[in-house]
Design a protein around this ligand. Sequence first.
Ligand code: ADP
Ligand code: DP6
Ligand code: CO
Length: 358
Amino acid sequence: MSGSSQIYRSSTTAPVNIAVIKYWGKRDTALNLPTNSSLSLTLSQKSLRAHTTASCSESFTSPDSLILNGEKEDIQSSKRTQACLKNLRSLREKLEAKDGSLPKLSKLTLRLVSANNFPTAAGLASSAAGFAALVRAIADLYELPQSPEELSIIARQGSGSACRSLMGGFVAWRAGTKEDGSDSLAEEVAPVSHWPEMRALVLVVSAEKKGVSSTAGMQTTVETSTLARARFSEIVPRRMKEIEKAIHEKDFETFARITMQDSNSFHAICLDSWPPIHYMNDVSRAAMNAVETANRKAGKLICAYTFDAGPNAVIYYLEEHTHQAAGVFKSILPRIPGWEGEFGEMIRPNEFGSLEQK
Ligand code: ADP
Ligand code: DP6
Ligand code: CO
C-alpha cells in the first residue's frame, strides 16, 4: 500500500491488577496524583484482559475515536484520555524530529478499538487494563523507546490504577512528591518468578456497573472523610513497608493480614464519607466470613480477601492451599443470584501474568 491510504496498526492486550494496598484518593485531580502509594499483583491475562487495537492513517477523518466493547466512547470530552494521547503524540513528534525519514504518524487521526473480556466498570479494574492497553498499543504503533516505568506516568493520567498494569508480578505505584507528577510512577517490587506459588481467585458477585465510579467516590472521600487523613499520612506508608518486606521474605501470613486489613480500611473510609459509599454487599460479607472460617480451621492465615470498588471478591492464596480456597467459594456460590450460569463460569484461578503483545 502507498500514499494516503496506508493504515498503520498495532494491537496489544493488558492484564488487570488487584491492589493489596489500595489507591483511594487524589491529591491532584488533573494529573491523577494519589494521596498515597499503593501495591498490587498483576493477574494472568488468561482470565481477565483488555484487548486494544490502535490505528492511524491519513485516510481517517478527525477527531480521534475509541470504540469500547462495541460502543462509541466520548473521548473528546475525557480530559484524561486526551492527556494520554497528547503525551504519546509528543513523544512520537520528538522521534520524528530526530529522524526525518520516519512517517509523521503524530499528525494522523487515531482510531482505537478496545474490548474487555470481563465486566466493565464493575470493580474488577477495567480502567487499569483498559488504559494500560491503550497506552501500550499507541506506544507500539509509534515505536516509542520508553520503558514501562516511563509509560506508567502516561497511563496513570488515564486511570491511576492503570500505571500498575504495565508491569507483571508485584507492582508498587510510588505516590511521589513532585508537583508535575514526574515521580508518580509504577515500579516492580518483585517479579512473578519470586513467588510463583501465589494464586488469585476472582469471584464475580455482580457484573453490574457500580453506582459510584472510582473517580467520583474517591473525591467524595478526600473531601469528607476524617478517617481518611490518618490512612493517607500514617497507616498506608507503614503498611507499604511491611507488605514489601513480607513479599520479599515470602511471608504469606503477614501478606494476608495486611491485605485484609487494607481492604477493610479502604471500605471503612468509603463508609466514613458523606454521603456514605457502599461497595460491598451481603455476598461480599459472606465471602469475608468464609475466608475467616477457612483461616480459623487451618489455624493460620492461608487465604486473604480483598475487594475493590464493587462487591466482587478476590482471594489470594498459595497453590498448596488451592483446595481450601476453592472451598471458600463453593460455600458462598449458592448466595449469588444466577450463579449456576454465567457467574459460576466466571470463577477462574489466575496465575500471574504480564503484558503480552498479540
Ligand atoms: P473499574 O472498577 O472497572 O476500573 P472504573 O469506574 O474505575 O471501573 O472505570 C471504568 C471506566 O474505565 C469505563 O467507564 C471506561 O471509561 C474506562 N475503560 C474501561 N475499560 C476500558 C478499555 N478497555 N479501554 C479504554 N477505557 C476503558
Ligand atoms: C479501589 O484507578 O479506577 O481499585 O484514577 O479515578 O481512574 P481513577 O481510579 P481507579 O481507582 C482504583 C481504586 C481501587 C484501588 C486500587 O486499584 O488501588
Ligand atoms: Co478503575
